[in-house]
Design a protein around this ligand. Structure first.
Ligand SMILES: [Zn+2]
Length: 113
């Protein structure tokens, strides 16, 4: 069996850190019942982290990691509604003042991106 494993990736690392934080949290809490909650969550995070590292389905794991990092990436486009036909026009961000040509009715309008 020489299946390649996913190994440590950003998500596995995140859940590993989360597991450590939750474990510390559960050790700080004195009440026996309440400390079980972060302890159980720490165990779940640790389990998921190990699962990711041990997984041989690399394509699927990579897809999940990309979906996750996409949550924090800023949308590189800004959307404006065409004043003529109300079509949503997508333009790249941070280009200053630009003239946008509506792809639908060819009307031109200037907007700050
Ligand atoms: Zn238009």
């Amino acid at each position: 069996m020489d299946n390649k494993r996913n190994g440590m990736d950003s998500l596995a690392f995140l859940f590993l850190i989360l597991a450590v934080v939750l474990a510390v949290l559960s050790s700080v809490i004195q009440n026996g019942t309440y400390r079980l909650i972060p302890a159980a969550m720490a165990a779940a995070c640790l389990f998921y982290s190990v699962f990711r590292m041990a997984s041989t389905n690399i394509g699927k794991r990579r897809y999940e990691a990309e979906r996750f990092s996409g949550l924090f990436r800023k949308d590189p486009y800004k959307r404006f509604r065409c004043p003529g036909c109300k079509t949503l026009c997508r333009v790249p961000r941070n280009k200053g003042k630009i003239r946008i040509t509506c792809p639908n009715c060819k009307k031109q309008f200037v907007r700050k991106t």
